[in-house]
Design a protein around this ligand. Structure first.
Ligand SMILES: O=P(O)(O)OC[C@H]1O[C@H](O[C@H]2O[C@H](CO)[C@@H](O)[C@H](O)[C@H]2O)[C@H](O)[C@@H](O)[C@@H]1O
Length: 288
């Protein structure tokens, strides 16, 4: 089992949320951490965005911060669009002292890895994924968008990335309708993200996953941090929990690429470095 020293960055205080609801959420978490759930997105939140999705790795301070925090909480979970096993690998989450109870909800909650068993639970892949995958190269070719796009094979989904195209936004826009049509024909939905459009099975999102996991662990407060459109359902789940009397904090891992989360957040931090500073500060505050 790997152990990590407790992260210390002198001068890093726990930043106060900008909203009353966020302050209430953070106070509840600090008052009763052993009943609190902290849930985090992976890409853009725990891991810096990089041009090649296969090169994404957790920020070097992320695992130490999570390992310092997790033993004080009811649960820490990573909620990601990545396959659960990929997030575990790229995150370096397995076999870490302090993360013995970590849970990774992958594929927007369709898959689940837990550190106790070290295994991934996943339902069967719907046949539509294979159908869409088979048609995708021909479609990209017909659209003249083969060059510059990169297709990520995700097992129970397939994702077309445009970040490395000459004009990432124009390529994304040109793909949106044809990919939605392809997805619909195969009983799938599209999931837009940061210069990526994913074709995936319907019926699950990060909101469903987070609400169900919060119930499972009996969370009496929730902190959720995300950066992208796929995190909005998780935001909605925290807002619903708040309206049901469960305090929560919404943290935006800020970027210049996504504007939709900041206005709904209680706290905006500066990308993954800001997220891990927040986690480390929270761990210190709970220890004090
Ligand atoms: O739910 P998340 O953990 O945020 O995962 C969402 C998607 O993230 C990945 O793509 C994003 O990160 C890449 C690496 O930094 C970047 O190159 C890409 O532009 C981003 O969209 C991942 O590749 C997807 O499978 C995830 O669904």
């Amino acid at each position: 089992m790997r152990s990590h020293p407790h992260p210390r960055t002198p001068g890093d205080e726990l930043p106060p949320p900008a909203t009353p609801a966020g302050r209430e959420g953070l106070e509840a978490l600090r008052r009763n951490p052993e009943r609190a759930l902290v849930a985090l997105d992976f890409d853009g939140t725990l891991a810096e965005i990089v041009p090649d999705p296969e090169q994404a790795r957790a920020h070097p301070d992320a695992v130490p911060a999570l390992a310092a925090l997790a033993p004080r909480l009811a649960s820490v979970a990573v909620v990601t669009g990545r396959p659960a096993g990929v997030a575990v690998r790229y995150g370096g989450f397995a076999g870490v002292e302090g993360l013995e109870h970590l849970v990774v909800l992958g594929h927007y909650g369709a898959e689940r890895w837990d550190a106790v068993s070290g295994t991934v639970q996943a339902p069967d892949v719907p046949p539509g994924v294979a159908g869409a995958r088979a048609e995708l190269p021909g479609l990209l070719d017909a659209l003249g968008l083969w060059r510059g796009t990169w297709t990520e094979e995700k097992g129970r989904a397939v994702a077309v990335h445009t970040r490395r195209a000459d004009d990432p936004q124009a390529t994304f826009d040109a793909l949106a309708a044809p990919l939605a049509e392809l997805a619909a024909r195969h009983g799938l939905v599209t999931e837009p993200g940061r210069y990526v459009i994913e074709l995936r099975p319907p019926g699950m999102d990060k909101g469903v996953a987070l609400a169900s996991y919060a119930r499972e662990v009996g969370a009496e407060s929730v902190l959720y941090a995300g950066d992208d459109l796929g995190d909005l359902p998780a935001y909605a789940a925290v807002e619903k929990l708040r309206s049901d009397g469960v305090p929560g904090v919404l943290v935006c891992s800020g970027s210049t690429e996504v504007a939709e989360l900041a206005d709904r957040s209680d706290l905006v931090v500066d990308g993954p470095p800001g997220v891990v500073r927040l986690l480390a500060a929270l761990a210190r505050a709970l220890k004090a």
